[in-house]
Design a protein around this ligand. Structure first.
Ligand code: DGY
Length: 329
C-alpha cells in the first residue's frame, strides 16, 4: 500500500524527517524562505498531511482544494496562520507544539527587557565603534529592573513563566487575562487589572497573548498615551497585536522610553523600516523559541502530531477536536 503523502514546508531536523518517513512519503521544501502560495497549494493538493511553519497561510481555500488533507501540524504554539474553524468544519485535525517553548520564549522576553532597560545593545555598539574614552557617571544610564512594576498582557503558560522570572527580580506584577489565574496571584502576588490600569502603572509591559480578532492591534496610539514616559514595551507574542506605526511614533517622540521586539506586523520586517533606525528599540528576528533543545523538541512534537493524524488517532498535541472517520467496511 502506498504511504500517505506529507509536505513539510521548511528544512527540518533530519532525525524528525526520518521518523516521519516510517509512516509517510515526505516531501520537504528545502528553501529557508516559505514556499510560494502556488507551491503550497500544489503540494497541499497531493498531501494527506502538512507540517507547516507559522509563516505558511493555511486558509479555507487551500483546504477546499486539498481534498485528501487529514492533518495540519504547525511547528509553533501559535496557530494564527491556520483557519482552525475551517479545518474543524472539514474534519481536518490541527496540532501545535505547546509547552516545550514556554521557558525558552520567556527567557528571550526577559533578555529583551533587560537589554532595553540597561541599553545593552546601544552600549555594545558604542564600545565597538571606539566611542569609550573614560568611565563616566552619566554614561548609558538606564532603568532599574529589580523592584520595577511589570505588566503582563496574557497570563497563559509564557505569561506565567514571565511572572516567575519577574518574581526573582522582586517586581510587583499586574496582569490582564480573560480569566483570573489564582496560582500567580497566590504564588507571586500578581494582581489582575484592566488593560488601562496595567498600562498606566507598569514600568515594563510585556505581551504574551495569542493573536486573535480580540487582540489584533490591542496596543495602539491610545494605549501608548496611557503608558509612563519611562515605560518599556516588550513583544515576543505576535506583531499584529501592536499597531507598529503607532509604536514608531511613540518611540520616536519618546512618549514611551523603549521597546524590545521579537515579532513584527509583517515578517521579515523591512530593512528600511524606520523603526530599525531608532536607538531605543532592540530587535531580534522572531527567535523566541530558537534554542537547539527547544526547536528539536518542537520538531518531534510536530512529527508526532502528523503521524497520529495519518493514523486517524487523536493528536497528542491537538488544537481542535475532530471526529475520527467511520471505519471503512
Ligand atoms: C510560536 O511557537 O508560536 C513561536 O512564535 C515560534 O516558536
Amino acid at each position: 500500500m502506498d504511504k500517505p503523502k506529507v509536505f513539510v514546508t521548511r528544512p527540518f531536523p533530519i532525525e524528525a524527517i526520518t521518523l516521519l518517513e516510517n509512516t509517510a512519503e515526505v516531501s520537504v521544501w528545502m528553501e529557508e524562505t516559505p514556499p510560494p502560495p502556488d507551491v503550497l497549494l500544489r503540494e497541499a493538493v497531493r498531501a494527506e498531511g502538512i507540517l507547516s511553519m507559522l509563516t505558511d497561510k493555511i486558509d479555507a481555500d487551500l483546504m477546499e482544494a486539498a481534498a485528501n488533507l487529514r492533518v495540519i501540524s504547525n511547528n509553533a504554539v501559535g496557530v494564527d496562520n491556520i483557519d482552525v474553524a475551517a479545518a474543524t468544519a472539514r474534519g481536518i485535525a490541527v496540532g501545535n507544539t505547546p509547552g516545550v517553548l514556554t521557558e525558552t520564549t520567556a527567557d528571550l522576553a526577559f533578555a529583551l527587557l533587560l537589554a532595553v532597560a540597561r541599553r545593552i545593545v546601544q552600549a555594545d555598539g558604542f564600545l565597538r565603534a571606539c566611542g569609550w574614552r573614560a568611565w563616566s557617571p552619566t554614561l548609558f544610564l538606564g532603568q532599574d529592573v529589580s523592584g520595577a512594576t511589570i505588566g503582563i498582557v496574557g497570563m497563559g503558560r509564557i505569561g506565567r513563566a514571565m511572572a516567575r522570572r519577574a518574581c526573582g527580580f522582586s517586581m510587583p506584577i499586574l496582569y490582564t487575562n480573560p480569566r483570573p489565574v489564582p496560582e500567580v496571584e497566590d504564588e507571586f502576588g500578581a494582581r489582575r487589572v484592566k488593560l488601562g490600569e496595567l498600562l498606566r502603572k507598569s514600568d515594563f509591559v510585556t505581551i504574551h497573548a495569542p493573536l486573535t480578532s480580540e487582540t489584533r492591534r490591542l496596543i495602539g496610539r491610545a494605549e501608548f498615551e496611557l503608558m509612563k514616559p519611562t515605560g518599556i514595551l516588550i513583544n515576543t507574542a505576535r506583531g499584529p497585536i501592536v499597531d507598529q506605526d503607532a509604536l514608531y511614533v511613540a518611540l520616536k517622540t519618546r512618549r514611551i522610553a523603549g521597546a524590545g521586539l521579537d515579532v513584527f506586523e509583517n515578517e521579515p520586517v523591512d530593512c528600511d523600516d524606520p523603526l530599525l533606525a531608532l536607538d531605543n528599540v532592540v530587535v531580534v528576528p522572531h527567535i523566541g523559541s530558537a534554542t537547539v533543545a527547544t526547536r528539536t523538541k518542537m520538531a518531534y512534537m510536530a512529527v508526532e502530531n502528523v503521524i497520529a493524524g495519518l493514523n486517524d488517532e487523536p493528536l497528542p498535541y491537538p488544537v481542535n477536536a475532530v471526529q475520527a472517520p467511520e471505519p471503512t467496511a
